[in-house]
Design a protein around this ligand. Sequence first.
Ligand code: PMP
Length: 443
Amino acid sequence: MTRTKYIANLIEEISTKMPITIEHNQKYRTVFALNRNIAGFNEKIKKMVFTLVFSKMEGAYVWDLDGNKYIDISMGFGTHLFGHGSNDIINNLKKQLDTGFGLGPISEIAGITAQQITELTKVDRVSFFNSGTEAIMVALRLARAFTKKKKIIVFKNSYHGTFDPLLTLKSDKKSKIGIESIPGIHNNLLQDTYFLDYGTDESLEFIKNNHNEIAAVLVEPVQSRNLTLQPFDFLKELRKITEEINITLIFDEMVTGFRISSGGMQEILDIQADIVTYGKIVGGGMPIGIVAGKSKYLDILDGGFWDYKNSSCPQSYTTFVAGTFCHHPLSMIAANTVLKKIKENKDIYTELNYQTTKFCNETNEILKSLDINIELINFGSLFRFKVNGINKLLYYELLKNGVYVWEGKSCFLSTCHSQSVLDELKEIIVYSAKRIPHNKVSV
Ligand code: PMP
């Protein structure tokens, strides 16, 4: 079969399988602006460019509006560690709905949840926001307030959400300062951000040489878009250097937190960052962003600890943060439930990480034996497909054959991905890969 014919067939198969879902995307495009709708847009395959619309989610599965069932390996962008619809999360959310989920007075669960996080991650203090982006924004504010310096270091290929100073794909070769590349993010918003290569000695040198102006180094310890790069010695050195020269080390554990181990990358590497940000899993599917870390930083939010029983008063100067929906009662009860489950089942990480590695290795062996140039690369229970050229159509094949991968392509397993689900998943991946006419022309 020619490539053109193959693609035409694939489009026809998908259009026939999910007409209601596709029509839904079309119908609301006039009023609902959603950039995920043009991820990977290509005129030749535009009929396959749409976002899955769900009618039901359960365990490791989602169903679309047409009633088709898919194995979900997106799992809420890595959020649903315990699968969709975990009973205890839902039951506790229902109880909270009955009790009330109003704003103003704080939920009695918020403090308890902060305590749980300190126990699992060894941070001193915790503060709650609404999204990862917001947590990163606050973490950088705290770093600047603490160090009284301005510049921040971000590493290329990392993702830290949509805060303006972190958003560009370009930087000046010599100065390392960000250059505008995204409409609306002007150079003046990027002028305090240095974009460096991750894991190199040159980057460490740059940080040392410019320490007088650097407030923070923001790191995604294992970048979810580049899982093979694991510069752990670099991170240890980075910790040492930043400690010596008054630079705030921020670990962005939005993805790795509560996924790789209960203590995240800090625990795996035995590194204590100054500030750590969490989100996703810990919210159990409800919106959340967490800034946690050493007291000397978190105290800048509220002045630090003081006591009714003696003459103590807030000791720290404070910056400003606020948010109508911060520590929302529904997010707090969901987080409280997730953290309890993690505390009671710390072994899940050994098992889930092992199962994911085994699954990826076994699938890779089959693909290799078939001479198919597609590889699964994992870090713990997070994995990505390495695909090039026409093999990029794999994602559409998977959709057609019953596996859902979101537009950003990071894949995640949950505790609901049992051996039988993984066997089925492996079969679908291999079947899908085999259907693609393989050679090097890209689409
Ligand atoms: N940091 C990392 C490492 C992330 O992966 C993400 C989201 N995928 C964010 C920050 C931003 O989080 P949010 O989407 O909740 O704003």
